[in-house]
Design a protein around this ligand. Structure first.
Ligand code: UDP
Ligand code: MG
Length: 317
């Protein structure tokens, strides 16, 4: 039987965990003829009853495993810990708050197991139930990041997904510490089948994302997927260069009987020109820094999805 691990990152989710467990169990048991499931709860340093509830569930059900963090490290860390510790043929991620409907799991498994997709992922079909300001800010964020980054990140893609083991291995092989999973999921590639998924209200509890946390997350996204901001000083250099030429020109055409204006224009032009040179030099440092940054992240140069190298004729029989 093929194995499936479902990772559930949890931060102070005591109010919804029993409901989630009930819902997921119902779906899992309907599929138990075909798959052997494991539920992997990652308690992200909760300070409510979350861990106790998970332990109580794990005591009754040997299919339930858990990892508990020493403090809150964030959902990214929780997902990574889950993926590193999942050894199944298929690995899924689902939020604890039932905003991700477990009823999609059977269809997702069909996609990755029967239809030849590598990933089955949910895509938000609307942003109902979300604060207006949050929707607006996040729409702007995706606009910016898609403009400046080579990795295209879908605004509506959710973390709710089921992946083949190979995809999880690829994701885990990116060893960067500032992780922005939405970008990483898209960066590793593979064949994705998208499932439109309506945004549901949280079943209980409240969102763990404050505006501050979201801002930091957005910055992480930009910083880990593009070094373009480092090129800003080249743009500034060009603007200042053009201005300095205009000022120098003005300084030269101003008649001799207005000596003060002449000097101001030429002086200002000279200042702009020198600043432009400094910006170019900073830009050069930025280019090296950007490359050093990319090297340090040591992302794999490529990711193989399939090969027959290393297979012997006996493997096929
Ligand atoms: N979560 C986590 N660590 C955090 C914040 C959130 O593990 O620091 C989990 C949370 O328990 C939930 C999922 O990530 O299972 C999504 O969080 P939430 O529902 O608060 O985010 P939203 O759906 O509002 O974007
Ligand atoms: Mg939620």
């Amino acid at each position: 039987m093929k194995t499936v691990t479902l990772i559930v990152p949890c931060f102070n989710e005591a109010d919804v965990l029993p409901m989630l467990y009930k819902e997921v169990s119902r779906v899992i048991s309907s599929l138990s003829f075909r798959y052997s499931f494991e539920l992997l709860f990652v308690d992200d340093g909760s300070n409510d009853e979350t861990l106790n509830i998970i332990k109580a569930i794990a005591e009754r059900n040997t299919q339930v495993k858990y990892i508990s963090f020493s403090r809150n490290f964030g959902k990214e860390a929780a997902m990574l810990a889950g993926m590193k510790n999942a050894n199944s043929d298929f690995v899924g991620i689902i939020d604890a708050d039932l905003q991700h409907s477990p009823d999609l799991i059977p269809e997702m498994l069909v996609a990755v197991d029967d239809e030849g997709y590598d990933v089955a992922a949910a895509k938000r079909s609307d942003r109902a139930g979300e604060a207006k300001i949050k929707s607006a800010l996040s729409a702007q964020f995706y606009k910016v990041i898609n403009k400046i980054s080579e990795t295209k990140i879908d605004d509506n893609a959710q973390d709710f997904r089921i992946m083949k083991k190979a995809v999880v291995d690829a994701i885990v092989s990116l060893e960067e510490k500032n992780r922005f999973s939405k970008g990483i999921f898209s960066w590793v590639g593979f064949n994705v089948k998208w499932f439109p998924h309506e945004n549901r209200e949280r079943a209980a509890g409240e969102t763990k994302w404050s505006i501050r946390k979201l801002m930091r997350y957005a910055l992480d996204g930009i910083m880990s997927f593009t070094v373009s901001p480092l090129r800003l000083s080249f743009i500034v250099a060009v603007v200042l260069g053009i201005l300095s030429v205009i000022l120098a020109f003005l300084g030269l055409v101003i008649p001799f009987n207005l000596p003060d204006y002449r000097i101001y224009m030429l002086l200002l032009g000279a200042i702009f020109f020198v600043t432009a040179i400094v910006c170019v030099l900073t830009g050069i440092v930025g280019e090296y820094l950007g490359r050093a940054y990319i090297e340090i992240k040591s992302r794999p140069v490529y990711i193989i999805s399939e090969t027959n190298i290393g297979k012997t004729i006996f493997d096929e029989i």
